[in-house]
Unconditional design. Sequence first.
Length: 83
Amino acid sequence: RSVGKGSPRRTQMEEETTDGSTQCPYLTDPNTGISMNESADIVQYLYDKYALYTPPAEILQWASDYLLSPLQPLTQKLATLQA
C-alpha cells in the first residue's frame, strides 16, 4: 500500500514499524511476520524465501568463478602474444 508523504497511511506505518520509522520501501511478510525497510535486504529476503530458481546473473558468476578461472593463465599468455 502506498504510504507517500502526506498519506493518511503514514501514521499507520509509524505504528507498525518497530522503530517508528516511515522509511520506504517497507516490507512486512504476512507469511512470516518478518519486517524490513532496506531495498537490497527486501530483494535478498524475497529471493531467499520464495525464489524457485537461480537467476541468470548468479549462474553466470558461478561459471566465471569456477569454469573460466582455470583458463585465465592461458588467456593471459594469448593476450601478450596479440599485443
